[in-house]
Write a protein that binds this ligand. Structure first.
Ligand SMILES: Nc1ncnc2c1ncn2[C@@H]1O[C@H](COP(=O)(O)OP(=O)(O)OP(=O)(O)O)[C@@H](O)[C@H]1O
Length: 746
């Protein structure tokens, strides 16, 4: 019986792959034709063909990306219909539905139906594929009249099979086994802010990624133009998740770590927790505003300026008047400068004319020559720059932190110790907590070339296109926002204004990445508990319609400026207008290890949500006590045992940041290139990382070096140790020379 069913499914799935191959061949053919014809015809013909080429390329990329596990489910319904569920929708040539996209409403019951609430489903079948072949099938029979004696199908649970598989260092999608509580969140409405709180391993990252794919599919009209931004904690994490969305058939999501959110800056410099915390406070917005105002200066006294041998006087009063006039415009600094400079140049030109005339040169001095003399005078240029210097965000922030006199002037109310924390050498590398300051500065400074000198026509035509896109995007959105009580409603013009860019040929995603002022239609944030208030401020600026999916676990907060509660974190930006969902099942960590982590956190006074672990592990956490001098040696000696225990899976050594180098070097002596170190090296089978980099990742086995130091380094905050203890899918070893933290001391 099972074999018959299996054979039938194999044949159906074979048909689906044949159809996929046909569609691919078709797209290759169409793309070839368009490319051959590309250079011919009118300009309009060519740009139409460009558009088609992009369309075919995208579709082809999508068809290529969904090959692995193309189909994973089948529903048998009360009305006798049978529906196959897969990564994308497929139609036959005569437009019969062969397979339904998992995100389509008709596929929802695959994830939601239970024996108690069948939702019209008689049987849910999981198809487990290896390559293009069906390896096994597994049934949930929801309508028990379907069961005939001896008819029970065999097969390892699809979920357990997925959970027990070896980790590769890259996250996989969970599209075949999304659980009902996760599905509800993935499919919740687009508008407003949704917080997804859940303990370690509850699938928050998985849910965030599948939700991004779902939203793009379901609200494509609205989201394609503005795009979806997905933000994660580190570059290593972004690398870990980068394959998931393409495998779900989505390539249009803009992904960025918090350190890369300011175009052109990759912020990786380390920073003390105290400095990061200080820079993350909301009062830094005022500091940046002060720094901008500080670049609009008055001379101490009236100044003499030499213009072609004539002495002119620029009075403090004149400068103040010009400054007030420019400030009253309420435009960014660099734009305001245009007015400031124009006003003073006009006044100085007038003065020069009077001078020349009164010196007896008559009244025929040519104004345009005089204006040019004034503009090109070295004295004038220096003075105007001193009074109102054109500025980039990078220069403003770098000067502010490296020049003590500026720092002091812009930080009234700060203590000397706080200023000491901020002070650094000129040209220092950027850190993550600088990024929101740069963004704040860019917002207040505006473009450097804001002189209107750009090709106005091209801006205008792009604006028209953006407006058309934005109109679509805004449709309904306002209604939904109104329904959910959000004010500050945008018009299409406003949204289009946010997204004016010149490079028309780029995709929205490409354009968004390089444009700081891009307004996204939705933003998904993972590990959101780590964000400082200034980082929140930046992210809210990136999505004026305030449509967010915010995913995290307050108990895992380890950054000094991170959140202690969602309410504290969100109220300044969203008021009460957010909802929360909770995930309650831990799919990653075996029960014994998960429980030890919770005991440790509770003993340290941190109440954590303790999700129920779905799996029992084979091992209790293993504890090795060794003298301090032997810790590193011991880790090296234990490695063969660890790699063997997880059968060639992935092992991570998580150490205090200060020990990463030493441990890596010692392991390299024995294991050579098998050892990866730091971010982005997850392809080796043994990696050495610190707790910050471990955030969000998972491994088959984990060795934690000096767990007590992870607690003391974080000034007693449990986040780092709690995160580290909840990374393994199988096995945890603690190597310590110190007394272990309470809760795991046994
Ligand atoms: N429904 C599911 N089916 C299969 N695997 C799942 C499912 N849900 C979660 N997982 C797996 O559980 C593991 C943990 O998921 P994920 O990393 O998304 O959790 P998390 O809540 O973000 O964890 P943390 O906060 O600890 O980083 C991943 O390997 C994920 O693929």
């Amino acid at each position: 019986m099972y074999d018959d069913e299996l054979a039938q499914e194999r044949s159906y799935v074979h048909g689906l792959y044949s159809r996929l191959d046909e569609l691919r061949a078709e797209k290759v053919e169409q793309l070839g034709e368009v490319r051959r014809a590309k250079s011919m015809g009118t300009h309009q013909n060519r740009s139409e063909r460009d558009a088609f080429a992009t369309l075919y390329e995208n579709r082809l990329a999508q068809l290529n990306a969904v090959d692995d596990k193309l189909v994973f489910g089948r529903l048998d319904l009360d009305d006798g219909q049978c529906r196959y569920i897969g990564r994308i929708g497929l139609l036959s040539e005569d437009l019969r539905q062969l397979m339904v996209d998992w995100r389509a409403p008709e596929a929802g019951t695959f994830y939601q139906a239970t024996a108690f609430e069948r939702l019209g489903v008689r049987r849910r079948r999981h198809l487990l594929l290896q390559g293009r072949n069906v390896k096994a099938i597994e049934d949930d029979v929801l309508d028990h009249t379907m069961l005939v004696e001896g008819d029970q199908l065999q097969g390892e649970g699809a979920l357990l099979a997925a959970l027990n598989s070896k980790r590769t260092g890259r996250m996989n999608d969970i599209v075949g086994t999304i659980q009902a509580e996760q599905d509800r969140i993935i499919r919740s409405p687009l508008s407003g802010a949704l917080v997804v709180q859940g303990g370690p391993g509850t699938g928050k990252t998985a849910v965030a990624l599948h939700r991004a794919a779902y939203l793009l599919y379901t609200h494509r009209e609205r989201l394609q133009a503005a795009g979806v931004l997905l933000v994660g904690p580190s570059n290593a994490f972004m690398k870990y998740i980068e394959r998931v969305l393409p495998s779900l058939g989505e390539t249009g999501v803009v992904m960025s770590s918090v350190g890369n959110l300011f175009p052109g800056v990759r912020a990786t410099a380390p920073e003390s927790p105290e400095t990061a915390e200080l820079k993350g406070r909301l009062r830094m917005a005022e500091v940046v505003a002060n720094a901008v105002a500080n670049r609009q200066r008055l001379p101490r006294e009236d100044v003499r300026l030499d213009v072609e041998g004539t002495r002119l006087i620029l009075t403090v009063r004149q400068v103040r008047r010009a400054r007030d006039k420019a400030r009253a415009l309420g435009v960014p600094h660099n734009e305001g400068r245009v007015t400031f400079v124009k006003t003073l140049l006009r006044e100085l030109t007038e003065q020069l004319r009077e001078h020349i005339e009164s010196a007896g040169a008559g009244n025929n001095a040519d104004r345009s020559y005089l204006a040019e003399d004034v503009r090109s005078s070295h004295d004038v240029r220096v003075m105007l720059n001193l009074c109102w210097m054109p500025m980039t965000a990078e220069k403003l922030i770098d000067d502010m932190f490296s020049k003590p006199e500026i720092l002091e002037a812009v930080t009234p109310g700060f203590t000397p110790a706080e200023r000491e924390l901020l002070l650094r050498s000129p040209g220092a590398r950027w850190s993550e907590s600088d990024v929101p300051l740069l963004d704040e500065a860019a917002e207040l400074l505006g473009e450097m070339d804001a002189t209107g000198g750009r090709a106005q026509a091209s801006v205008e035509s792009q604006r028209k296109r953006d407006l058309a896109n934005a109109e679509k995007a805004i449709d309904n959105m306002n209604q939904q926002l109104e329904d959910s009580g959000v004010d500050g409603i945008l018009t299409a013009e406003q949204l289009a204004d946010f997204n004016i860019v010149e490079a028309a040929s780029q995709t929205s995603a490409e354009r968004a990445l390089t444009d700081r002022s891009w307004a996204y239609g939705h933003v998904v944030i993972d590990e959101a508990q780590e964000l400082s208030p200034m980082q929140w401020r930046l992210l809210v600026r990136r999505c004026p319609v305030k449509s967010f999916t915010i995913v995290g676990d307050i108990a895992q907060t380890s950054s000094s400026s991170g959140a202690m509660s969602w309410r504290d974190a969100l109220t300044p930006f969203m008021g009460e207008r957010w909802t929360m969902e909770e995930l309650t099942v831990n799919y990653r960590t075996p029960m014994q290890i998960a429980e030890a982590a919770v005991r440790m956190a509770n003993a340290a006074g941190q109440i954590v949500s303790a999700p129920k672990a779905v799996r029992d592990g084979d091992w209790e956490p293993i504890i090795d006590r060794v003298p301090a001098a032997d810790v590193v040696k011991h880790v090296v000696a234990m490695m063969p045992k660890e790699t063997a225990a997880v059968g060639g899976g992935l092992v991570a050594v998580i150490t205090p940041a200060a020990m990463v180098r030493e441990v890596t070097a010692a392991l390299r002596v024995v294991y050579g290139t098998r050892i990866g170190h730091g971010a982005g090296s997850l392809e080796q089978d043994i990696v050495v990382i610190d707790p910050h980099e471990a955030k969000g990742l998972e491994f088959d086995g984990v060795i934690i070096v000096e767990p007590a130091t992870l607690l003391s380094d974080a000034k007693g905050r449990v986040g780092d140790l709690y995160v580290s203890m909840t990374r393994p899918t199988q096995r945890l070893r603690l190597v310590t020379s110190q007394p272990l933290p309470a809760g795991i001391e046994a």
